[in-house]
Design a protein around this ligand. Sequence first.
Ligand code: C2E
Ligand code: CA
Ligand code: CA
Length: 363
Amino acid sequence: RLGGDEFVVLLSENQSAEDAAHTAEKILSVLAAPHSIGQQQLHITSSIGISTYPNDATDAESLIKNADTAMYLAKEEGRNNYQFFHHEMNIHAVERQLIEAHLRTAMENSEFILHYQPKVDLQSGRITSAEALIRWQHPAWGMIMPTRFIPVAEACGLIVPLGRWVLLQACAQAKRWENCGYALDSVAVNVSALEFRRKDFVDSVESALRVTNLNPQNLQLEITESVLMRDAQASATILQQLKTLGVQLAVDDFGTGYSSLSYLSQFPIDVLKIDRSFVQDIHNSNGIIVSAVIAMSNSLKLQVIAEGIEETVQLEFLRAHHCSEGQGFLFSQPVSAQNFTNLLRSGISSPINTLYQATGSLG
Ligand code: C2E
Ligand code: CA
Ligand code: CA
């Protein structure tokens, strides 16, 4: 026993990596069996990292350290699995530690900023709403995109204060646009798994709405399909509480998360966002997934938004199949609040409208 709940197994007879994998599988399956303690049935999960001699290290200390690094990846991959160590993991682990250390001070130093990407009515080209997307302006590293720091913030719990900040900023911005006479249908905020499952999440949404005096209908929460399906029963309860507040609910990255359709029809959701990968695949697949999701959304009376529209042919396809809204670089990258205001202000002369004048006859 190395300490706490960590154990080391030394496989001295093993000849190959496959042998180690085989042993890891046996350990996982034995530990997965329920334990009867008193009247209770307890379940534990385990995560295993494997490093091999002499490929990964030639001394005991480094072998254990590398196995430890691989174990953290196993935990991130959802536990109850094993991972082999790769040298890139060390580079990755160092980067993550560095990001985590800087994230802790970034909040205090106001280094975060929200950008907004327009969602567009595909028939008219009108901007209907916005999605708030966080960026980190590091004084030395420059602009850091969320895919690099959100997973780190989730792993160390910093996503909770960060998520609260995003909610408050986005609601305040939505109210500002409303006050300027640019009432959008909604401003959307992405919600991470950790936030969504916290007991006080519904309260923090309510508080952001109260503080900013934003109408709940003008806030949309985007939750990924995979987060919703991880524990569908519990998700249904949380969604119901959020719905009671009056906010709009969207399923993000739809098509990638193995939805159970029976749950989907029970969830009180308003919007399905078709994942970018399916939109990008329209020309290879004749858009069969996209058209199926649009048809399904119509039957379930859900609004449907196509993500990641980059090409005019994709836009044409989506319009022809009556997809109501879309989002993508073809219309606009995510931009600062100021530039988003300019997009709203420029109205008929905006790049989106110019695009619509060019493609207007295709719809
Ligand atoms: P997402 O929610 O799926 O957001 C859409 C991502 O696709 C954004 O990347 C956006 O810039 C990008 N995108 C939009 N249109 C196009 C397009 O036409 N082509 C391509 N290739 N990409 C396009 P971004 O801003 O880097 O955000 C990445 C992810 O980070 C988001 O994915 C979301 O999961 C997460 N994220 C961003 N902001 C927040 C936040 O405030 N809170 C949380 N929890 N997660 C966030
Ligand atoms: Ca999103
Ligand atoms: Ca998405």
